[in-house]
Write a protein that binds this ligand. Structure first.
Ligand SMILES: *Cc1c(COP(=O)(O)O)cnc(C)c1O
Length: 403
């Protein structure tokens, strides 16, 4: 790590018999009792200017913090906590998940490079690749998320980067990350992965060969639908480039949002587990409904990539999709419009359950994704699961009504 690390590391520095469990780390990382007069949480540092005591200190940049855009103790607390939680060399924070992704890509490619991107990628990332990256002279090729080691055939001499998202946005394909990472590293390419669905708690991205792991902290880290934040953690090989790009682009989040994200970090494990079992309950329940064609959830044994999920993941999160049998749009609207508990809207990861119809025009270029009926994306929040089932049951009744 090439930056000063006045880590809140009393925990990490403790000699110990076995590594601390993730729950313990979530409770203790990023805190520094001595620096904050004994208060449990770091304060919200607001500020652009940082004053130096002397010209000598200013000229030699001797302050630990030198200017607001380059960091402050509130940001440092979350960066350090995330770095240790992820087993990374360093972490940068951005004002949105999308910005963390675009910063990571800009850090690692240059004009003339070729990159491979999963066809199941989050839509706005595809737009960035096809628009801005293409304009900057980077060629993009999309690949079938099910390719596994077969990705080797797609490499060109100029291929520098492979971009993964597992499970895939909306359609939830699981990728064979270790196989793809091995193929990429054998050809000198780096691997960037969107790990938003899992967080470091459910998928150890760096441990499975990912160089830069990006995540919309907007979702589970924030956990309350009240902020936007992006997180990118890098291994030792890619950290200098990521850090430099982040400084060059100037993409800091506001300290208030970072403070809220730190608060979210403390309960991340609890919320994930609660969301996980509710989502599984709903997925099983939906599977038995006559209106449902198939449920897309990697923890269900019938999922096409279930075996890889079992091998690599430590659990599942609250987001999944379900394909309905063909039904008239007005009937679907009647179901969704009358829901009392499930909200309809973008994003997820908060305390409230959501259901959103998916636009079937996924703009795939390497694969096709077809479904005869409409597809719904579900997010299981923290409500009582029987109340949630009743809300959906009422919805299906409205859908099936004869008029
Ligand atoms: C929401 C999301 C993003 C983007 O995060 P923002 O904070 O909304 O910019 C990226 N990837 C995935 C998988 C997401 O769900």
């Amino acid at each position: 790590m090439d930056m000063p690390t006045k880590t809140a590391a009393p925990v990490a520095a403790m000699p110990r018999r076995k590594p601390l469990a993730k729950q313990t780390l979530l409770t203790h990382l990023g805190r520094d009792r001595e620096a904050y007069h004994g208060f449990v949480n770091p304060p919200v540092y607001r500020g652009s200017t940082v004053l130096f005591a002397s010209m000598d200190d200013l000229v030699h940049g001797r302050n630990e913090f030198t200017y607001g855009r380059k960091g402050n103790p509130t940001l440092r607390a979350l960066e350090d906590a995330w770095t240790q939680l992820s087993g990374a060399a360093g972490t940068v924070l951005c004002s949105s998940g999308l910005l963390a992704i675009t910063t990571a890509l800009l850090a690692l490619v240059k004009a003339g490079d070729h990159i491979l991107v999963t066809d199941s990628v989050y839509g706005p990332v595809r737009q960035f690749c096809d628009g801005m990256l293409a304009r900057l002279g980077v060629r993009v090729r999309y690949f079938d998320p099910a390719c596994g080691a077969g990705i080797a055939e797609l490499f060109e001499p100029a291929t520098r980067l492979v971009y993964l998202e597992s499970p895939g946005s909306l359609t939830l394909e699981i990728q064979d990350v270790p196989a793809i990472a091995a193929a990429a590293h054998a050809r000198g390419a780096v691997v960037v992965m969107d790990n938003t669905w899992s967080t470091p708690l459910l998928f150890d991205a760096h441990g499975h060969g990912v160089d830069v792991s990006v995540e919309a902290g907007t979702k589970y880290l924030g956990g309350a639908s009240d902020l936007l934040i992006g997180v990118a953690s890098a291994n030792a090989a890619t950290w200098p480039a990521l850090r430099a790009a982040h400084l060059t682009l100037g993409c800091m989040p506001g300290p208030e949002d970072v403070f809220l994200a730190l608060r979210g970090l403390r309960t991340l494990e609890l919320r994930l587990r609660e969301s996980e079992w509710r989502a599984l309950e709903l997925a099983h329940w939906l599977q038995r409904r006559p209106e449902v064609e198939r449920v897309l959830h990697p923890a269900l044994p019938g999922h096409a990539n279930h075996a890889i999920w079992r091998r690599d993941f430590d659990g599942s999160s609250g987001l999944f999709s379900a394909v309905l049998k063909p039904v008239a749009p007005q009937r679907l609207a009647r179901m969704l419009d009358g829901l009392e508990l499930f909200g309809m809207g973008y994003s997820w990861g908060g305390f409230e359950s959501l259901v959103t119809p998916i636009d079937h025009d996924l703009q795939r270029t390497a694969t096709t994704w077809t479904a005869a009926g409409p597809t719904l994306r579900f997010y299981a929040g923290l409500e009582d699961v029987d109340d949630l089932k009743r809300d959906l049951d009422d919805g299906f009744r409205r859908m099936n009504r004869g008029d």
